[in-house]
Design a protein around this ligand. Structure first.
Ligand code: EPU
Length: 335
């Protein structure tokens, strides 16, 4: 366990915001994690820092979860169960699965962040969500220090949502996640428009897991900024889900509005479209900006502060509310 005093968190958050942590500990084992939470009451868990906007120095203890390890715990003819510790990098784990020909998460290639936080917001991309392959997870209950198992059903997954963002918020620390992946008979999900056209571009008729991963990487790289080059946290806002009758009014006024039917009563509208229609796409205010290829992504060109990014996000929310009567909700956690 390493303890640092007064260190910059710039390299620990993909937005690249330069705030300081008064005390920062790096945790490499569950034993260390249990010890530290039994002796501290006020702390902040920092994982991959990829879904986080830091707006001020952090006075409470910052616990950086860096527990590594990938284990195959069980397999049958067509499935493999893989237990992955929280500190593993998500994309490296996806590549490890593809190298071993384990299928199910290839559409989620290149999502930034670590495995331990992936269930909290039920990460997803190109028609696949974490909940589709997550078998179970283990989490440390902060109040008792006990390790508790959660089945897929008990995580109450929804669109970019889970029990860990709601009733159990701040009560547990996820220490490992087990995935149930396919070994041979893979069910590829290539129906998403952009995947189809990218496969056609390369004349790939019977894609492998690696092909799907490669095209997803190509699509993401063409639309989304690389956090190592331009600070960002992926989608800053969730795509709003609105009631059908409200959608009909919206469509009446803006017939071209893209949308996805969620249920008999609800429709999802892409936040990127709403933001673009309000004229923010590609706009820059000092070092804070809206990405030029994807209006859903706010960026830090260099030295923006968290407060500057936050005020840009508020300006966008106000404009979208005024023009479309839709309240955008941040997807990233704001601290
Ligand atoms: N659009 C615009 N302008 C923009 C961006 C998008 O008009 O600047 C419209 C386009 O019409 C497009 C539609 O929005 O057809 C949807 O865009 P896209 O397919 O790029 O996906 P998204 O809804 O913007 C979501 C996820 C992404 C994920 C992609 C692909 C959310 C909040 N975001 O974005 O997730 O990669 O789908 O599955 O659900 C993330 O969470 O960090 C993330 C990047």
């Amino acid at each position: 366990m390493q303890v640092h005093k007064n260190i910059s968190l710039k390299k620990y958050n993909t937005f690249g915001i330069d705030v300081k942590a008064a005390t920062f500990v790096e945790i490499n084992s569950i034993g260390d994690l249990k010890n530290i939470i039994s002796t501290h009451t006020d702390f902040f868990i920092l994982s991959g820092g990829s879904n986080l906007l830091l707006t001020k120095d952090v006075e409470k203890l910052v616990i950086h979860l860096n527990i590594k390890g990938i284990d195959i715990t069980k397999q049958d003819e067509n499935h493999v169960y893989i237990k992955v510790n929280a500190g593993e990098n998500w994309h490296e784990f996806v590549l490890w699965c593809i190298d071993h020909d384990f299928g199910g998460i290839e559409n989620m290639s290149l999502i930034p962040g670590n495995v331990g936080t992936s269930p909290i917001q039920n990460i997803g991309a190109y028609g696949v969500e974490l909940k589709d392959t997550m078998y179970e997870l283990e989490a440390l209950e902060i109040a008792t220090g006990n390790l508790v198992s959660f089945s897929n059903a008990s995580c109450s997954f929804g669109y970019r949502n889970s029990v860990f963002k709601n009733e159990l918020k701040g009560k547990y620390i996820i220490t490992n996640v087990t995935f149930k992946l396919t070994k041979k008979k893979h069910t590829l999900n290539s129906s998403y428009g952009a995947i189809q056209s990218e496969l056609e571009k390369y004349n790939i008729e019977n894609p492998t897991l690696k092909d799907i991963s490669n095209v997803v990487i190509a699509i993401r790289q063409s639309k989304l900024p690389d956090p190592n080059k331009i600070g960002n946290s992926g989608s800053f806002f969730k795509n709003p889900v609105i009631l059908k009758h409200q959608f009909r009014q919206l469509q009446h006024k803006f017939p071209e509005v893209p949308h996805y039917i969620v249920s008999d009563t609800e429709v999802k509208v892409p936040a990127g479209w709403l933001v673009e229609q309000c004229g923010f796409k590609g706009k820059r205010f000092g070092d804070a900006g809206v990405h030029k290829q994807q209006a859903l992504v706010l960026v830090n060109y260099d030295n923006a502060t968290g407060t500057e990014i936050l005020s840009l996000s508020k300006k966008i929310q106000e404009a979208v509310l005024e023009k479309f009567h839709i309240q955008l909700e941040a997807e990233v956690n704001i601290l």
